[in-house]
Write a protein that binds this ligand. Structure first.
Ligand code: CP
Length: 318
């Protein structure tokens, strides 16, 4: 059972993931109606607590909450009492005292959503913490692959780029492995964690070898804000070696799809043409993100609240 909080993919099991994906199928249908709103979470309050920049994740949590008729509050760090040196935990406790039904947290430091979850009455969803996890991104990626391929089991998924700093890679490795896919990571040796094989993946430093036979090719953003210049000789060299264009995509299966969590550095991770055209499914990922977030909001807040004393972390049962 999906637990009180959703802090990562690591502690979800296959049945949890199946349940979220199946719930998201129903939520997607709501988004296809003329009136995209149902009363499921009427009277519930959701706080978006984003300490780090976001376009996709924050907007889709807001739209997801509103489609379910919840009241959604977007907390803005730049205009908050954080500017008067109030701590993150005191900020979270203050908002919690207003009795929200759920808090969505993004922070640039790994572990912050977990720490906040330990002290709040309200359940917490991790919307991305440093290089740790981004569970709803992995869930929407799984949903998109299943939509495109009809299955996940038995597929080969190649994740290209900055594996070392990527919460998207980590969450997707957990998610795709649990759902029965073979996962490969591909990139320069400096951007592949030393013990990555312990996560059950194969590591490649050759793009050609890493893409051979791949059904899904997922390019990751080159995270300039997390690279201090010592990981890559230059962005141009990265783009030449690992940037995907149509000629390099031929290394993968003929019907391979191309994914990217966004935001994309056009001409670095992907050619302009691949960003905008099939087999890229980037905007489908974004669209599916709303259905996935509706599903997790419903599964966590649509049920009776549990006592704070029984508080548990991600994936554990109530
Ligand atoms: N993929 C993703 O998390 O994008 P944002 O940073 O725009 O939310």
């Amino acid at each position: 059972m999906i637990g009180r909080d959703l802090l990562g993919m690591e502690n979800l099991d296959r049945a949890d993931i199946e349940r979220i994906l199946e719930t998201a199928e129903r939520m997607k249908e709501v988004g296809e109606r003329e009136v995209k709103k149902v009363p499921t979470l009427r009277g519930r309050t959701i706080v978006n607590l984003f300490f780090e920049a976001s376009t996709r994740t924050r907007a889709s949590f807001e739209i997801a909450g509103k489609r379910l008729s919840a009241d959604v509050i977007n907390f803005s760090p730049s205009t908050s009492s954080l500017k008067k040196s109030e701590s993150i935990l005191d900020t979270a406790r203050t908002l919690d005292a207003m009795d929200p039904d759920l808090v969505v947290v993004r922070h640039a430091v790994a572990g912050v959503p977990q720490r906040i979850a330990e002290v709040l009455q309200a359940p917490v969803i991790n919307a991305g913490d440093g290089a740790h996890e981004h569970p709803t991104q992995a869930l929407l990626d799984l949903f998109t692959v299943r939509q495109e391929k009809g299955r996940i089991d038995g597929l080969t998924v190649a994740i290209i780029g900055d594996i070392l700093h990527s919460r998207v890679a980590r969450s997707n490795i957990y998610g795709f492995r649990k759902m029965g896919a073979e996962v490969r990571v591909v990139g320069p040796p400096t951007l592949i964690p030393a013990a990555v094989e312990t996560l059950g993946v194969k590591a490649f430093t050759s793009l050609r070898e890493g893409l051979e036979g791949a059904d899904v090719v997922m390019a990751l953003r080159v995270q300039n804000e997390r690279l201090d210049g010592s990981f890559l000789p230059s962005i141009r060299e990265y783009a030449n070696t690992f940037g995907l264009d149509r000629s390099k995509l031929h290394f993968a299966k003929d019907d391979a799809i191309v994914m990217h969590p966004g935001p994309v550095n056009r001409g670095v991770e992907l050619s302009q043409d691949l960003v905008d055209h099939r087999p890229s499914v980037i905007l489908d990922q974004v669209r599916n993100g709303v259905a996935i977030r509706m599903a997790v909001l419903y599964l966590i807040t649509g049920r009776p609240r549990v006592a704070a004393a029984s508080h548990v972390v991600s994936g554990a049962t109530e």
